[in-house]
Design a binder for this molecule. Structure first.
Ligand code: DC
Length: 219
C-alpha cells in the first residue's frame, strides 16, 4: 500500500502523514528530512548555496539512511543521527537549493523507492506522486494559502525558540515554493491523478478525516 502526499512547505504534510501512518500501521517516510540531511552535510562542508558545482562534487560523500526509533523516522548522516539539527531556516533554504541537483535527487529517490518496495508507506514530499511512487494507490496534493503556511512555520519556529519575523518567513516560503515548482528535475506539481486538499481553513482533525474518507473510497 502506498499513500503519496505532496505539496508546498507548511501545508501540513508531515503532521497529517504521521497521523495517517500511525493509525493505519504503515511506515511514515518523510522525504524532506533526507534532503535536509543532505543540506546539513553540504553546509558543514562549507559549500555555499550558490555553488552548484560544489554541491555536485560534495554530495557523493554524504551517506544518508533512515532508522525508526519508537516508530519515529530518524535520519542518519554518515553514521550520525541528525534529526534534531535539520529543522532550521538555514537548512530549509539549503535543502530547497541543493535538491535541484540531479545527483542529489537520484541518490535519495533510490532510497525512498527501496523503502516503499518492502513496506506499506505514507510518504510525503514534492515528487512522490509524480516520480518516486507514480503507481501509488492514493495521491493527495495538500496545499494552503502562503499566509496560512507562513503562520504555521512561524509558530513552529518560535515554539522551538528560534527568533524570526513572520513576513521574512512568508517571503522565504514563497521563494522556496517558486524554486521547488520551477526546477528542471522533478518539480513540485500536482500529479494528474492526485486529489487536491486545501487545508487553509481546516484543523488537523478535519484534514485527517477528509483524507481517511478519500482513502476508504479509493481502496
Ligand atoms: O518537506 P520539507 O520542507 O522538509 O522539504 C525541504 C526541501 O527539500 C524542499 O524545499 C524541497 C526539497 N524536497 C524535494 O525536493 N523533494 C522531496 N520529495 C522532498 C523535499
Amino acid at each position: 500500500m502506498q499513500i503519496a502526499i505532496d505539496g508546498p512547505a507548511g501545508a501540513g504534510k508531515s503532521t497529517i502523514a504521521k497521523r495517517l501512518a500511525g493509525e493505519s500501521g504503515y511506515i511514515y517516510v518523510d522525504t524532506g528530512a533526507m534532503y535536509r540531511a543532505m543540506a546539513l552535510f553540504l553546509l558543514r562542508q562549507g559549500v555555499s548555496p550558490d555553488d552548484r558545482e560544489g554541491i555536485e562534487r560534495a554530495c557523493s560523500d554524504a551517506d544518508i539512511t533512515i532508522k525508526y526509533i519508537d516508530g519515529e523516522q530518524n535520519v542518519i548522516l554518515n553514521g550520525e543521527n541528525v534529526n534534531g539539527l535539520i529543522r532550521t531556516r538555514e537548512v530549509s533554504n539549503m535543502a530547497s537549493v541543493s535538491s535541484v541537483n540531479g545527483k542529489v535527487r537520484k541518490k535519495l529517490v533510490a532510497l525512498q523507492q527501496r523503502l516503499a518496495a518492502t513496506e506499506d508507506v505514507v510518504m510525503d514530499g514534492r515528487d512522490i506522486g509524480t516520480v518516486v511512487l507514480p503507481g501509488a494507490d492514493v495521491k493527495i496534493f495538500l496545499t494552503a494559502s502562503p499566509a496560512v503556511r507562513a503562520k504555521r512555520r512561524y509558530d513552529e519556529l518560535t515554539a522551538k525558540g528560534e527568533a524570526c519575523d513572520i513576513k521574512a518567513v512568508e517571503k522565504e516560503i514563497i521563494e522556496r515554493d517558486e524554486r521547488d515548482m520551477t526546477r528542471e528535475i522533478s518539480p513540485l506539481k500536482q500529479a494528474e491523478d492526485a486529489i487536491v486538499v486545501d487545508t487553509s481553513d481546516m484543523d488537523i482533525d478535519e484534514v485527517v478525516d477528509t483524507i481517511r474518507n478519500l482513502i476508504s473510497q479509493l481502496c
